[in-house]
Design a binder for this molecule. Structure first.
Ligand SMILES: [Zn+2]
Length: 388
């Protein structure tokens, strides 16, 4: 297993610990479980500028997670089994569920053979527009545009902002500033602006979806294996909490009906796009249940306990990727903080056990080194104050 993969695995397993459990096995003695979330599974090497690489793991990494989860005594089960497992309460064995969002083509090419070898069921959540080749993966469009452009000017809330995009660090800074600003805007704005940037960079934004996402024939071929559950990830991949209620209903109901028609079988599982508090809340959980979903998953972090049997359309997951709050900072910790424009020197970076990044959500695109250091030091100390 590569060094990068080892780091991610450490982060994922420490996330289990971080969720209030002491060690990997202890929290699972009472019939509880975990739903893992993945996106892309690909051996392709990381590029210099690749801000969305957090969505990727390697096939080797997936293989070692499956081995580790099995050897830790988990049953790997499908989503259909989750209600029964939760009902079994403390009588049941610990269980793990594997889910992959968005329907990336690499799931069939690289993830499927690994799950098959382990005889492990898994679920892929598909936005139906994506399978039609009309998906708008604006965060990847933004990455590709920034990669291709050497500068960009964007009107951000009335202020014209110019970003030089010649070097990797300029591209990273420009991407972060634009991405987090767009995340705060209505999604139609994010989509319109990233389409404009794609035109400036001379590519068609829709090619991102067609290149990366499985079409219906590929999905049907995968679905033929009983190990695979194909489930809904809405129609157009909007943050549902920001839509009026009738649109939320349509996003769920239309996608479920389409999947059932294309695959000729019932669809009873749903994943909320983005899935954080701001994208899916009580209104959405209730609508999913009302529309007949047996389970629905969020990206809220947590393990499954008996109490989730009454919250089956609001299930937490654990991402197998992470940000600075995911890893467990075991003592002793030596923090290295990169400077604002260049990051850490490569020589230092390659010796680190773990590389973490703070998401920027305001107008500022970075913190100065002292501020970043203070945030990290706070997180390290805060974790140690928390009972584990
Ligand atoms: Zn998604």
């Amino acid at each position: 297993m590569g060094r990068h993969a080892t780091k991610i695995l450490k982060a994922a397993l420490s996330a289990l610990h971080y969720s209030g459990a002491d060690g990997l096995i202890a929290p699972f003695t009472s019939g509880s479980g975990v739903i893992f979330m993945l996106h892309r599974v690909t051996p392709e090497p990381t590029k210099d500028f690749e801000p969305n690489r957090i969505l990727k793991v390697t096939p080797d990494f997936l293989d070692s997670v499956l081995k580790q989860v099995k050897s830790a005594g988990f049953d790997i089960v499908g989503l259909d089994d989750v209600p029964n497992r939760l009902n079994a309460g403390s009588q049941g064995k610990p269980f793990a569920v594997f889910t992959l969002d968005d329907g990336y083509r690499d799931n069939a090419e690289f993830a499927y053979p690994i799950f098959k070898r382990h005889d492990a069921p898994f679920t892929i959540y598909i936005p139906t527009d994506y399978a039609d080749g009309n998906g708008d993966l604006w965060w990847l469009t933004l990455e590709e545009a920034v990669r291709g452009l050497t500068e960009v000017t964007v009107d951000m809330d009335g202020a014209r902002r110019h970003f030089p995009l010649k070097t990797t660090s300029e591209k990273n800074a420009g991407f972060d500033a634009l991405y987090w600003w767009l995340r705060g805007k209505p999604e139609s704005v994010a989509r319109a602006i990233t389409h404009r940037l794609a035109r400036e960079a001379n590519f068609d934004a829709s090619k991102v979806c067609r290149e990366l996402i499985m079409d219906w024939d590929e999905i049907r071929a995968l679905a033929a294996d009983p190990l695979v559950t194909i489930a809904s990830h809405s129609k157009s991949h909007y943050a549902l909490a920001k839509l009026p209620e009738y649109k939320v209903r349509a996003e769920i109901a239309d996608s479920v009906a389409r999947l059932e028609k294309e695959l000729g079988r019932p669809c009873r599982h749903f994943s909320f796009p983005y899935g954080a508090e701001s994208s899916a809340g009580e209104r959405e959980f209730a609508i999913a249940a009302e529309l007949g979903m047996k389970t629905a998953v969020t990206t809220r972090k947590g393990l499954l306990h008996a109490s989730h049997k009454d919250r089956l359309t609001a299930l937490p997951r654990l991402s197998l990727n992470g940000d600075y709050q995911d890893p467990r900072y075991e003592a002793p910790v030596f923090l290295l903080v990169g400077n604002e424009s260049q990051g850490l020197p490569q020589d230092y970076e390659k010796d680190c056990d773990l590389l973490v990044k703070m998401p920027m959500m305001g107008k500022a695109d970075s913190l100065n080194a002292a501020m970043a250091c203070a945030v990290m030091a706070y997180e390290v100390l805060n974790q140690r104050r928390r009972p584990s």
